[in-house]
Design a protein around this ligand. Sequence first.
Ligand SMILES: C[S@@+](CC[C@H](N)C(=O)[O-])C[C@H]1O[C@@H](n2cnc3c(N)ncnc32)[C@H](O)[C@@H]1O
Length: 401
Amino acid sequence: MTAAAKRKATVTWLAYDSQYDRDVLTKIFKKAKADLHLVKPAVDDAAFVAEVEAKLAGAERKQASTTQDFIDIGRMLLERKAIGKRVRRLQQYMQVAEAIDTADEATKTKISSFFPQGFDAVLNELQSLKRRAKKSRLAPVIIPDDLAARMRIIQGDCREVLPMITEPYIRATFPAIKDAFEVFRISDPPYNQGRPGYDGYDDKMPEDEYRNMIIQVYGGQRSVIIHYGRVIINKFGNGVLGECLKDVPWIYNNNLPDQHRLIAWFNCQPDLSRLGQPYKNQKDRRIIECMKAGHEVRLYDFWYIEIVKNVSKPFDHPCVLPVELARRIILVTTNPGDLIVNAFCGSGTIVAVAAALGRFAIGIDISEKYCEIARARLGTIERELEACQELGAAVVGEAAE
Ligand SMILES: C[S@@+](CC[C@H](N)C(=O)[O-])C[C@H]1O[C@@H](n2cnc3c(N)ncnc32)[C@H](O)[C@@H]1O
């Protein structure tokens, strides 16, 4: 069982009536069942809870009649797993919200008794989800509380924001952070190659300004930079960022002139033995023995990871990093409880993965639109992580939170 599945999921109780498709909801309930824990209503109504449980299990499927007939409370997670079919699901959420919105007073009162936080709070939550969904073009999602408590996204120019991230700020932002933690600056900065499609950012700064920005952000810090190798060598290979202690080529398949980038560790280094991958010579007698004993070889220092292609881009951002890339960097470089500062956070891949892996994370992006996307990313990140774990599922030396 994964950590995500073990954790108590956020459950929202909703009333529903015949105005919308009961079968659709039943399917959602069934699908969500594995992940959910029933939150008991505030009222003491065991028979009712049992009835709902039965419905959730798909055991009962009676026909809907009128609103009054069944103000049954179903449970439905406005959940992170819904994002794949976002448009259709979004419509369902809208219907649910609208059905509640337009319920008569008696119905509302009955519904309220099942929401410990009060009917209005639930309504507000739904309305804010609707607003967020419209703004960011993402499906409404509920962000798990523990992830939200580990991540902050700040809109602004990182050159101005970074100096504000002082120790008191960090402690005030993340009250749960331990006394001792390390800070890492991990990001793929804008490439300054005139890349089109950014929101409100022109990817062609004067060279000097660009160089100064990179030095200002990473210089002298424990940093991991993802960039083109020739840029790192030509512009920052002379010690201005500190000492480069490790580099790993990230190789991918595309039709452009470059099929690799370089991940460079400055003033810190990865421990590649934390992640395993299958042995190469699997017919070798000694290797067979090792495999029988459940061993894997330590992660190689070249990584083949598919790039996120334009056609399959799940977020409206021109250069989304693969989740697997962020996962590997974070696991081999940092420990649970450390802080990752992700200047240039874009759609939030690094920050969201960091939070989901038990780190604290601050993301900064100049575009409010990308900040919104990054904030909502927490709602899907665990599903994205589950889908991407190609290598090293068994993490060596990784302390559970
Ligand atoms: C290469 S993208 C990062 C993509 C990100 N890793 C992801 O997975 O979506 C670089 C980002 O830097 C942002 N950016 C550019 N200049 C910035 C600045 N001065 N301060 C903060 N963000 C900036 C851009 O808006 C863009 O989203």
